[in-house]
Design a protein around this ligand. Structure first.
Ligand code: ZN
Length: 428
């Protein structure tokens, strides 16, 4: 690990959301980059000590925009007996007592650090104040989005939950690079009143949106498995009907007052096959106008069987083209194939492996700058530009295209500069 001394790093390469250099020289002092370029442009720096990293690529620390840290202890859980069975196993085995939840979040933080992640958008389960405190006290930063549920006969729970999160956020002592947000769980578990209250809170807001076709079936027509689920859990009585507004989940969100940030997890199905073409175009334009960020979790999405047969794959390239921020997330450990770490590095590798040619800077942008913006953090701390760094990584990568090589491998990153969330300043 580096100390504060003026140091010249000579590496196989350097990559971030805006540049790719191979080989690369980086002059660094006191956790700040002084100069970066090819070895020819930087030359020799007599007053600096030199460290050679001929088999590694240097990158900024990463941001995981959507994760459930409190599920880390469950480990990877195969979905071999159907989705319903898998969800039930998670429900039954997830930690619930505050000290267990806090311990699980600490495990998640450790796994994140092993993955080179310096900040997360963590979903703290239902009123998960213990989760939020554990993240606040940890070495990494980000936003703890505390989840609320409120629909049907439990509509009041949503409003009450939002009030409690606002109160909690006000009482928690401020910390650099960390903030409290609200997550109305999803359009099938929270009504418009809950969404509006969350948006009006002034806190960052995240939600699961357009994750499954059944969600659209529920919000458009008020029917389907989610209606059955609400009946089964008692949010709806036998004779109760539900006013769902008749809109696609994304259109329903547009009826909600703009929040400070909308971090939208998944967005797997931005339009339904029976809708006119222009609906999708219109939604993308409005999401861009609202400055929304999509948190895309490629591995979890594939694990959970998306896209469904006959449906198009994730539209992340269309979102980017429309000017919408797309950040990478891992979702929870049960969906992943890397039991020892929670890292968007592995999401980049997954996309590079299955989506054909990808621009590595574009991938790193999704794993750094876009995540920071979606969380309201200073994105400069996760670039190789001049200024304070939230951390610096060395990732194995060699050969004529070391960045391509690092994306084709499975090695863990190592920290050259330890995570320092203070570099993010106070979340906006
Ligand atoms: Zn999630």
């Amino acid at each position: 690990m580096l100390d504060g001394r003026r140091t010249l790093l000579r590496a196989a390469g350097a990559v971030d959301g805006v540049r790719k250099i191979a080989p690369a020289s980086i002059l660094i002092e006191d956790r700040e980059i002084v100069a970066i370029g090819s070895p020819e442009t930087i030359g020799v720096v007599p007053e600096a000590r030199t460290i050679d990293l001929p088999e590694e690529v240097i990158s900024p620390a990463l941001i995981n925009a959507h994760v459930h840290l409190d599920l880390t202890g469950l480990g990877p859980m195969p979905c071999d007996r159907g989705f319903e069975d898998w969800l039930a196993r998670i429900r039954n085995s997830r930690p619930t007592r505050p000290f267990e939840v806090a311990e699980a979040v600490r495990q998640g933080v450790e796994a994140s650090i092993r993955g080179g992640v310096v900040a997360v958008g963590d979903i703290a389960g239902a009123l998960g104040f213990a989760s939020a405190r554990a993240l606040a006290d940890s070495a990494i930063g980000g936003i703890s989005f505390i989840e609320v549920f409120g629909i049907g006969r439990r509509s009041e729970n949503g409003l009450d939950g939002v009030d409690r999160v606002i109160q909690f956020a006000g009482e928690l002592p401020g910390r650099p690079g960390f903030g409290v947000g609200i997550q109305p769980h999803a359009p099938y578990s929270c009504d418009a009143a809950t969404y509006n209250a969350a948006a009006a809170s002034g806190l960052p807001v995240s939600t699961h949106l357009a994750e499954t076709p059944e969600e659209a079936e529920f919000t458009r027509f008020g029917r389907g498995p989610f209606l059955d689920l609400l009946r089964a859990v008692g949010s709806l009585g036998a004779g109760d009907t539900l006013e769902t507004g008749g809109s696609h989940p994304i259109d329903a969100l547009f009826a909600v007052e703009p929040a400070r940030t909308w971090l939208l997890a998944h967005l797997n199905y931005p339009a339904e096959p029976d809708e006119p073409e222009e609906f999708l175009e219109n939604r993308l334009k409005r999401l861009a106008d609202r400055d929304a960020t999509v948190a895309f979790c490629p591995r979890a999405s594939a694990f959970l069987g998306h896209p469904r047969p006959g449906r198009e794959g994730h539209r992340w390239r269309d979102y980017l083209e429309a000017g919408i921020g797309v950040a990478l997330g891992t979702d929870g450990m049960p969906c992943l194939d890397t039991p020892d770490r929670l890292s968007v590095l592995d999401e980049m590798r997954f996309l590079a492996g299955c989506e054909g040619p990808v621009d590595p800077c574009g991938l790193f942008r999704m794993a750094t700058i876009a995540g920071a913006r979606g969380l309201g953090l200073d994105s400069n701390a996760v670039t190789l530009d001049a200024g304070p760094l939230a951390g610096l990584l060395a990732i194995p990568g060699t050969g004529p295209d070391p960045v391509g090589d690092l994306l084709a491998r499975t090695d863990a990153p190592r920290w050259l500069l330890a995570p320092d969330r203070a570099a993010f300043g106070v979340p906006r």
